[in-house]
Ligand binder design. Sequence first.
Ligand SMILES: [Zn+2]
Length: 459
Amino acid sequence: MSVQQTPDSDPYFPANGDPRYRAHRYELTLDYRPGPNRLSGTARINAIAGRAPLAEFQLNLADFRIGRVRVDGKAPHYTHRGGRLRIRPPKPVRAGAAFTVEVHWSGNPKPVSSPWGGLGWEELEDGALVASQPVGAPSWYPCNDRPADKASYQISVTTPSAYSVVAGGRLLTRTTRASTTTWVYEQSAPTSSYLVGLSVGKYQTVLLGDPGLGGVPQSGHLPAHLLAEFSRDFARQPAMMELFEELFGPYPFGEYAVVVTDEELDVPVEAQGLSMFGANHVDGARGSERLVAHELAHQWFGNSVSIADWRHIWLNEGFAKYAEWLWSERSGGRTAHQLAAAAHRKLSAQPQDLVLANPGRKLMFDDRLYERGGLALHAVRQALGDDAFFRMLRRWAAVHRGGAVTTTTFTSHVSRYTAEPLDELFTAWLHGRALPPLPVPGAAIPARPAYPPGKADSA
Ligand SMILES: [Zn+2]
């Protein structure tokens, strides 16, 4: 299947997303039967045309049977091939005008194949799970599949009553009729399509922390037989939440849920307001605590502050890696500097062919990107000093909350927190291939007293 590139489409995934319009709300009404793995859905998408009239546009959707498509209530012409639903409305949508698309689809959802294995909807032995990063979202719903196109979501799922449905966001209603239950979730914060998470399983729900004290509501959803291990492994998550709010600013969403599946997962998966872990990440000995910190940190870096396109993935993964180190440092483990030194030793022994600011599709999830990303932030911390570094991080999370950023957005942001030019640091860490020397503590460049004067801490 040839891929036609639209202007400004994602350089790594040109077939995904359509920059000619913007979606701002999805209402998904789904019916799912776990046994036969049968999904049928209706999507109502509110969107706005870009600067040019929209004679045609595309949604990404895997190989389902399409029942009906409407644009502003009228039947358009459409084709559905190679994971792309191309829609030509009866009349072009005017530039800048709002429009509504409705799509009905049904079939047996399955993962989208990718160089990293299957992505998106995954049928489990008894339930299902969605893990879409980076391009798995079309495996279960039609979307403008680009990380910068963020929208609010309402998701309604009807499934047999023995199953729990967990989605990111606030549970609005849960209604049981005969043998099925309908769960309706609302995620009002702007959300990238790949971060719409969903889990269907036989879970017990537990609350973490003490929301009565004004903290962020946190819940765990897990198979009952893992309760003892889970209680120990996630016991410190409320403390992590407090630490990250202190270091990064207020938690960006209304609630945080974690799901542990009854099966193994290669890696845990972040979604908006939700993270999913495998049974293998729970051992009752906090063996995966760094991953608990990593996934939580993505709520600020990756989910609230999103990347404009996939070239900038280090802004998600380097930050989440550095958050692991910060949690270790502040919870009595090894310091961030010790962990940075260990990562540096490891990277020194590996091929140096990775450019952090544009790693290429093949290396975007390479371990080296995570480690070097953490090290690049550590270098920035050494250059700014702790006070300016954490003011810079909090302001980054505040200014770009709900938005999408690039590496250049980041470097210009950082430059405001020091009088010294940081070009050399950025060139070496972000744009070069060779591994720069380990940044040493105490090499701090004096920070400006405050930036902008008197306003730096307001976030
Ligand atoms: Zn990550």
